[in-house]
Design a binder for this molecule. Structure first.
Ligand code: HEM
Ligand code: HEM
Length: 266
């Protein structure tokens, strides 16, 4: 019999009573009473957060929130490139903020959220991939070596896409945080005999320069932005295929774990 007193308190008091059956009037005798007064904080957590024998919490709420919000922001940005530009740009900004947050969390976050927990050398990544394909891959509680490499590729890929989007927004629309660095001011005063002259000719010249600058740079940035967005889309498809394959090989639902935060212990 195991009793767990002090549920909800700061410390836990675990009393384990061993009972043995012996011949006698009551047919049983208490053999041993073990009292564990360790300062465990497990019992002070809400019941839903307790790591029980079967499952363990792996993904903290920030990891899960960043993941699903990033997935939504990426798809919204990807499929609104033809639609309202404001929605596209704000979905892109959101993706950028989420990636930045996740990168910081990769240095200061909980155990399995840290880069040091899931970044491995190329040999381990290839070995894991090979083992996965022959259904013999070792199971990892956090990201596997291949999963970890994909996480890094996705984070850097989205960051590069957002950055190229900012450049494109600046040259095409002269808007966004990088706008000022790329445009030639339209009304540049010309100083003639000590007077600042805003000539119409100058404005036309600056406008023409801007248009030329935009069509040159805009074309390049549009190509870069589009290629990066499509590259990340391919990564996402491979990512989802990898998640499904690893779920089958290890007989666990990894997508559900990314929703609940829990994984099977063994
Ligand atoms: C329906 C689509 C998606 C599903 C089902 C999915 C599922 C998952 C799962 C199960 C994991 C954990 C993998 C593991 O156990 O090692 C994960 C991690 C991750 N996924 Fe996805 N994913 C999806 C879409 C995306 C998209 C669109 C992106 C980014 C553009 C993305 C980026 C990431 C990142 C960065 C991680 C690492 C999480 C972390 O440690 O913060 N995922 N995904
Ligand atoms: C994850 C984030 C993003 C994704 C997946 C994404 C994806 C795309 C795609 C696929 C296109 C179409 C390219 C083409 O066909 O030429 C596009 C266009 C564009 N994107 Fe993004 N983008 C993202 C973030 C951003 C950000 C943060 C900005 C600006 C701040 C931005 C600004 C633009 C602009 C100005 C265009 C051109 C729209 C047009 O000329 O119709 N994007 N984006």
């Amino acid at each position: 019999m195991t009793g767990n007193s002090g549920n909800g308190g700061a410390h836990s008091l675990l009393i384990r009573i061993k009972v043995a059956l012996v011949p006698g009037p009551h047919n049983r005798r208490v053999e041993a009473v073990e009292v564990d007064t360790s300062m465990s904080t497990v019992s002070s957590q809400p019941k839903s957060e307790v790591n029980d024998e079967a499952r363990v919490r792996v993904w903290d709420p920030l990891v899960r929130l960043c993941h699903w919000a990033l997935a939504a922001a990426f798809f919204i940005a990807y499929f609104t490139e033809d639609g309202p530009l404001t929605l596209h740009v704000w979905a892109g900004y959101t993706a950028g903020v989420l990636v930045a947050t996740r990168i910081v969390w990769g240095f200061v976050g909980t155990r399995h959220a840290r880069f040091t927990d899931f970044l491995y050398g190329p040999r381990e990544v290839w070995r894991y991939l090979f083992d996965l394909l022959i259904f013999r891959a070792k199971r990892y509680l956090g990201h596997s070596p291949a999963g970890g490499a994909m996480v890094l590729a996705l984070l850097l890929g989205v960051a590069a896409t957002v950055w190229s989007g900012l450049e494109l927004y600046a040259v095409e629309e002269n808007a966004g945080p990088l706008a000022s660095s790329s445009a030639v001011p339209i009304s540049t005063p010309r100083v003639t005999y000590g007077f600042a002259v805003f000539a119409d000719e100058d404005n036309k010249e600056s406008k023409a320069k801007n248009e030329e600058h935009e069509s040159n740079d805009g074309g390049i940035w549009e190509e870069i932005h589009e290629s990066l967005a499509n590259f990340v889309l391919i990564l996402v498809i491979v990512h989802i295929a990898g998640v499904l394959l690893a779920s089958v090989v290890h007989r666990e639902n990894l997508t559900r774990s990314m929703l609940t935060g829990y994984k099977r212990r063994e």
